[in-house]
Design a binder for this molecule. Structure first.
Ligand SMILES: Nc1ncnc2c1ncn2[C@@H]1O[C@H](COP(=O)(O)OP(=O)(O)OP(=O)(O)O)[C@@H](O)[C@H]1O
Ligand SMILES: [Mg+2]
Length: 218
């Protein structure tokens, strides 16, 4: 019997403040073939681009997307819907995404919403475990891996790590990648990441100003 093809991708970006996580996430989102819903708790995503629309809260986004013309445009133009979220309303957005199909859910500062203590009532839990049936991808960022739910990290297909300094973070990296790249991850140049794939392949990638300029025009 043919093995079932994996239908979604979970990407986790880990790095310190200002290391370029949001920029990397923006590039990965443009490269993804699905439209995106972006949970943006700290107003990090510029909203001036043509491909983006911004919403003050999940309620406002829901009103927009429940309109059938808007819904079609979301898929047709592969839009990115940026939504302000906080502790109170994040679940409303995640529930909406859980009910959708073929969408890329981007969650900045994911440990705010899916901490190590999160339960299976959390809609991110449901998306992580069952989202593949509906082709829901996840791209999330976090500053500290130890703070993120193991439910997310254990299901992650691709990690991106920027330079790590903290012993707890280094230990975490070692658990996933072994010793071979320990030195490399502690000495990464600015805006560079180690890309760690499911099959164990590890390579260094670097975002560039050119790429930033390019996506700003989209
Ligand atoms: N490859 C790059 N070349 C030049 N500037 C970059 C690059 N990547 C990111 N920057 C700039 O560095 C700053 C920090 O980037 P970014 O916001 O992506 O970091 P971050 O890791 O998300 O930070 P935070 O932890 O505060 O969320 C931004 O001003 C961004 O435009
Ligand atoms: Mg950021």
């Amino acid at each position: 019997m043919e093995r079932q093809k994996k239908q979604n991708k979970i990407v986790t970006v880990i790095g310190h403040k200002g290391d370029g996580k949001t920029v990397l996430t923006e590039l990965l989102t443009v490269a993804n073939d699905k439209p995106a819903i972006i949970a943006d708790p700290r107003g990090q995503y510029p909203t001036e681009c043509r491909r983006r629309l911004s919403f003050k809260n999940p309620r406002q986004l829901k009103l927009w997307i429940y309109d059938s013309t808007n819904f079609k445009e979301f898929y047709r133009y592969k839009l990115e819907l940026i939504c302000s979220v906080d502790d109170e309303n994040f679940q409303e957005l995640a529930q909406l995404v859980y009910q959708m199909r073929s969408v890329n859910f981007v969650v900045d500062e994911v440990d705010m919403f899916f901490s190590a203590a999160a339960t299976n009532k959390n809609y991110l839990y449901k998306i992580v475990h069952y989202g593949r049936h509906n082709l829901i991808d996840i791209i999330s960022t976090s500053r500290r891996p130890a703070n993120i739910s193991r439910n997310l990290t254990s299901q992650t297909d691709i990690f991106y790590f920027s330079k790590l300094n903290e012993p707890a973070d280094i230990k975490y990296f070692k658990n996933i990648c072994g010793d071979k790249y320990l030195n490399a991850v502690q000495n990464l140049p600015k805006y560079s990441f180690l890309e760690v794939k499911e099959n164990g392949n590890i390579s260094m990638i670097r975002t560039t100003e050119n790429e930033i300029r390019l996506i700003d025009k989209l």
